[in-house]
Design a protein around this ligand. Sequence first.
Ligand code: FES
Ligand code: FES
Length: 931
Amino acid sequence: MNLSGPGVQITIPININGANVVITSHPSRRLSEVLREELGLRGTKSGCNSGDCGACTVLVDGEAICACLTPVIQAQSCSVVTVEGLSAGDGNNLSEAPLSALQASMLRHGAAQCGICTPGMLMAARALLDKYPAPTKLQVEDGLSGVLCRCTGYHKIIAAVLDVGANRPAPPPPRAGVAVGARIERLDGLKKIDGSEVFGADYWPVDALIVRAIRSPHARAGFKFGDLEKWLYSNKGIEAVVTAADIKGENRFGVIPAFADQPALAEIKTRFRGEAVALVVGDAQVIEALDLEEFPIEWSKTKALQSVEEALASVCSPVHSGIENNILLEGKVVRGDAKTALANADHIACLNFETTFVEHAYIEPEAGCAWMDGDVVVIQACTQAPIMDRDATADILGLKHEQVRIIPAATGGGFGSKLDISLQPLLGLATLKTGKPCRMVYTREESMASTTKRHPARMSGRIGCDETGKIVGMEFEGDFNTGAYASWGPTVSGRVPVHASGPYLTPNYHATARAIHTNAPPSGAFRGFGVPQAAIVQEILYDALAAKSGLDRLKFRQLNSLVDGDKTICGQKLHGVGIGQCLDALEKRWIEAQEIAASFNSQSQTLKKGVGIASCWYGCGNTAIANPSTIRLGITRAGKLYIHQGAVDIGQGSNTVILQICADALGIGIDKFEIIGPDTAITPDCGKTSGSRQTYVTGKAAELAGIALRKKILRMSNMAEDAEILLEAGSLIIRDANSSHVTSSHVIGLSELEPGENGYVISAEETYDPPTTPLDENGQGVPYAVYGYGAQIAEIEVDTKLGSVRVTKITAAHDVGRAINPLLCEGQIEGGIAQGLGMALMEEFIPGRTENLHDYLIPTFGDMPEIQSILIEKPDPEGPMGAKGLGEHVLIPTAPAILNAIHDACGARITRLPALPHRVLAAIKTSKAEQ
Ligand code: FES
Ligand code: FES
């Protein structure tokens, strides 16, 4: 019997999670697909289908294997265990099943952030623990090395696996009034570790059609369709082909409406490789088997503008007609007279530096589904910005905004890229055209080719100081390759000049940043909006100036740090400035690390240790424009307390942190709340998850809503401001905080009250918008109401013969204002450092060449250094309970600290990222030649 024919179906007995099942399938179908599609075991994830990410790891006869590379026939008569089988239950009722010790430990340690890698990690860990019940750290790193995580930096995962044996009980929820500051487990963590979390690819309506995109194979090309009707009718099972001609609304989108320039489906030409031109919609099996090479389209390739240099030099063929020299926008900040200050400076340092495209490499490729609910198109997909998705999708579909409903699925990593719409309008178009539910999952290659990247930057900087080491002025220029479409290019060109001074007092300043179009994938938001690139220039120059001034590098930074009352380069007077405290907190390790390096280097010829330092500051929220968040609270007649929380938690922990703030502001225990998560139909707008704004902006709205509800309750009960509020058995009990005497309490029977708006008997809704002001033509004004600060020390080793660099330790001090949840703060720091390390040493996205997780390398367990996190709490007068944002700050200092450490180790001054061995060797050679 030929078992390889396309239509062959055989029966295959397998024991899955302890139950014997018989599967009817093609023998070579991926085990991961059978588990997910046929058996509904969607805890097993798929991040690449190529054996690179490990998200699909399951146990087959006790061995951890990649289910995406395993034909189902290989599991015949085997025992297969998936994440659903890890709990002590039967795998069908996850919420009821007690957690295994391993799962409980992962939850306790905050080892799952977005959670998309977590099932794979758990299965790899299970196999390891079965072999080594008390593994060493090295054994954990080795055993789990086949699974990638882009969020956590791996440390909390390792700690969780090492701690399994301890089997500690979960801490009880904190008492009312002390949630803020508690290291509580993430409130949405259970679903992430039992496999029941629903990511974009994990839900679809019955009989949903599959959508696949036809994409440009060329960076720049014209195209013509052949006979689409004929092709459609000759391919049975295909229900529709969708092109730009089907778009009833405006075929343009962009995260900044004034710059919307990207078609949902290209019309007659494409501007980057991977751009979608058509959709094919149909029956799952037919679409999967389809040979897209046969799709009737004719391409006429034209010369692409590959680099910023080419784009600036091109006058006759701009990427977009009307955009001269391909310069989309220039941002500028000018304060004082930088030129004169630099002319009069005692010491000057200059640098040219280049960075490359960096891919977000979240483990979850874009995925979602759509269906009609009356005349409303409902789209459930991974996202960071549901309201923006709704509005942009409705505009493309030609519908009113309220005729599109976005239900965010759990998002398996975003880091900025999932702020832009991707498949949302494509799903909408397919659903409207067919009238049937549709689903779409990007392949890994499709995700990497078509979604946004970190802007490659070509930057130059000059900084001067006086003879005492005080900074007198700075000039900065940067060209940022924004690719084929605007996306967040305007934001990058605005944010960079506002931040390029670093957290230092710079009296004279002139900085510009331009976003330049090329025929590359659009560059967008990626943890820092261009600031991590600019910080490299400034921090390298600070090292050079410290040397010229004869000052220690840390002391040089302390000398120039901003303090309360200082004015920034935008003329904004600052309060709650914690950079000084961050640098002070690093002093001890700075001295130790240098002593260790000096002693080691005195005895080693080839391997050299180095120590580097760098700082950051970062404004939280949108730059000088409104970005409000609204939180609604309501108590029902039945005594349930709801929070409508529309902020998308992409792993950073906003579901937990915002509730901690709200609970303390209201004065009711966190365990009494039920969360109503983001859904454009039922939750007020909490803005997008970007700009490190959710803890600060939505947290502040939550604080205000909590205070407002508390006031209402106290007014109803006529009790003192500091009264204790209890929600018990359908009643609110308000009692004097200083007495347990019965007469000093008041009871509100909730069932006796009439429900008002939204069905609540008592409710409050508050909106908070950061108090910023527009910037003038010189960038003067108040771009952000709150800033966060940080500084990191990198300790590294350079093999001076091979050019390889190993980071051994990062000590990171970050001023978070108030650590609402220290466990989650540490997780952010560790994850940000991992991404900063990748950017410094290994990550380089090259369109057409590194569009998979095999050729595009991100840090793995073995790449991670020891990390010591130090949380500084210098309260911000504006932030909720003093809190500041943290998400983007944590990545900014890592790359410059590593680059400064490389220079410290061997004199090599890297001028282009990533610092690959051949670049390090070349820089060593240059440094020797200059000596
Ligand atoms: S999905 Fe199997 S290794 Fe990535
Ligand atoms: S938690 Fe590991 S990829 Fe997000």
